[in-house]
Design a protein around this ligand. Sequence first.
Ligand code: ATP
Length: 370
Amino acid sequence: MLQLENIQVSFGVQPIVQSVSLRLAAGEIGCLLGPSGCGKTTLLRSIAGFQAIQDGRISIDNIEMSAAGKQIPAEQRGVGMVFQDIALFPHLTVAENISFGMRKTRASEKQQRVAELLERIGLPGYQKRYPHELSGGQQQRVALARALAPKPRLLLLDEPFSSLDAELREKLAIEVRQLLKQEQITALLVTHDQQEAFAMADKAGVMYQGELLQWETPYQLYHTPRHQLVADFIGHGVLLQGTINAKGSLASPLGMLQHQSLEHIAPGTPVSFLVRPDDIVPDAQATLKGRIKSRGFRGAFNLYTVELPSGIEVLTLSPSHEQLEVGATIGLRPEFDHLVVFASDHCELPGLEQQPPTDKPMLLPEAQSA
Ligand code: ATP
């Protein structure tokens, strides 16, 4: 439905978006994540038709919208946008705000669509209210209804929940996903917030300095990042250094790890590998010990930073009702579902992603006695 092929955008000589390609099927929701200034908004504006592209191609429903020297005007693209600053018209009622983009529609149809959308966003009967009579979350829902009212074929959302608190953000993200699915609208969302991306997206990607490093499901971004920057940006975790020791085994600060996915890497190869908090289980019986440096309350669980005797720090988690004290020594048992290993060029070593993610690496006997 949406197809970007090698998009290039520059401001003057400064390249801002570089060689970005991605696809969204009809009805899919995509999310772009990435640090501030990496080009997310610029990419969104290019898709909306507010920004020219210097190279590549943007197509919507197989119709070419942008290419070098070509830009179909924004109003002819059938694209809706929701921005960070809610910008409802303060002097218009909720109903007037929602029906603002439906000027050519008959009054009775408009009324029906407004009522239907208010029902869907959980604000039935709010037609006559003014924006100042709504909470921030309610205003954001109305802004969304306004964008959905003319039934755009593609909806672009730029940090739409960033002015809301974390709890409301996550709740709204789930609601908005349901709403978009009901309305069968394809959408692309820009956000800083990974929880929001995880809650909403069918496909997600991390942008860095104008490049899209990976475009896959949120699960794949978290569990099989193909680039160290993606691993760093998505979720908690640390990258540890190790060396391939012999066929299929990795000498590491966590001991000797063994996994069939390492078998094709030549012995002696230095690598970094990703360790998520859920890859390390607190276990009093384990021979690998560490000292708890800090504890972060995360609701259902606590996130611990643990210092190993070598000075290296790793993260682990356990249910928050089993409180472990800062300064205490704990045993740690590595339990990887899969190993994500990077070569020195910061990209995943080829071939590893084909490995089944459920094979657990085993600790070799020498690690257990180390
Ligand atoms: P944020 O998450 O902070 O909103 P972003 O990833 O959306 O950031 P963009 O707004 O796309 O980033 O900006 C990317 C880069 O392009 C920034 O360095 C910004 O300063 C620059 N930039 C954006 N618009 C223009 C412009 N009109 N002229 C020149 N440079 C611009």
